[in-house]
Design a protein around this ligand. Structure first.
Ligand code: HEM
Length: 217
């Protein structure tokens, strides 16, 4: 990987040629996650003054392919996602999250970006084989690459030191996540804010724009 990035350094502008424009065919380990999903077995453990609160949740998670993205010589394929979570039987948002899942075929790198409406954003990284059925990504506070950035209130009251997510692709077409956000709550011990769910497909992904030439204007 270092060798590849060294070769990138010599010429940071030239984009790769002959790029396959069909993102769904080039998502590596992320391919089984593309589509529209529903989860009804969600479980959240979050911090409350009285101690950890455990809450069941239901979610809708949509991951749609984006056109291939280049940064000079670097080529990324990806999914844009929106996760919306409510408590069972309720309408009010319990958790909302947007971002991208990205795959760099040249290095086997997976990136997840996430933004939540608490005024917080993070970027996690991991590596995997293109056909991996399990992979883990981590974001670490204090890093300028693959870090965590919070608004000043969160930074002082609920400092987020680490975010870690493990994905498992199941043989029956479902997939699951298990994530731990480590919070340093002011005046307390580190708190493991955990979330997990299993996703069942309710809709197929829509091919990315340039993979649908008949629709190009
Ligand atoms: C399925 C995913 C998640 C759910 C359902 C969820 C839900 C919650 C809930 C219910 C609280 C307590 C809120 C309150 O008492 O006001 C909370 C707190 C918090 N969450 Fe999450 N969360 C999720 C993922 C994340 C992620 C990925 C991050 C950051 C990387 C994060 C960062 C925080 C922080 C910093 C707090 C402390 C703020 C507070 O308690 O007011 N959460 N979360």
């Amino acid at each position: 990987m270092t060798e590849l990035y060294n070769s990138y350094r010599k010429d940071i502008y030239t984009e790769p040629s002959g790029v396959d424009k069909d993102t769904l065919k080039n998502l590596g380990p992320l391919r089984p996650m593309a589509g529209i999903w529903r989860g009804s077995k969600g479980l959240d453990v979050n911090p409350k003054r009285e101690g950890p609160e455990t809450q069941a949740f239901v979610e809708r998670l949509e991951l749609q392919p984006i056109d291939p993205q280049t940064n000079g010589p670097q080529l990324l394929y990806g999914l844009r996602y929106h996760q919306h979570i409510v408590k069972p039987g309720e309408i009010e948002t319990y958790h909302d999250q947007i971002g991208y899942w990205l795959w760099e075929p040249a290095t086997g790198t997976i990136i997840q970006t996430l933004t939540i409406p608490r005024g917080q954003t993070a970027m996690a990284v991991g590596t995997a084989a293109p056909d991996a059925k399990e992979f883990e990504l981590v974001a670490t506070r204090g890093l300028t690459t693959y870090g965590i950035c919070s608004n000043p209130f969160l930074e002082q009251a609920f400092r987020t030191d680490e975010y870690r997510i493990k994905i498992t692709i199941n043989d029956d077409g479902t997939w699951a996540y298990d994530e731990t956000t480590t919070l340093m709550i002011k005046g307390e011990m580190p708190f493991a804010h955990t979330d997990k769910d299993t996703l069942i497909k309710i809709g197929e992904p829509t091919p990315n724009g340039v993979a649908r030439p008949h629709e190009a204007s």
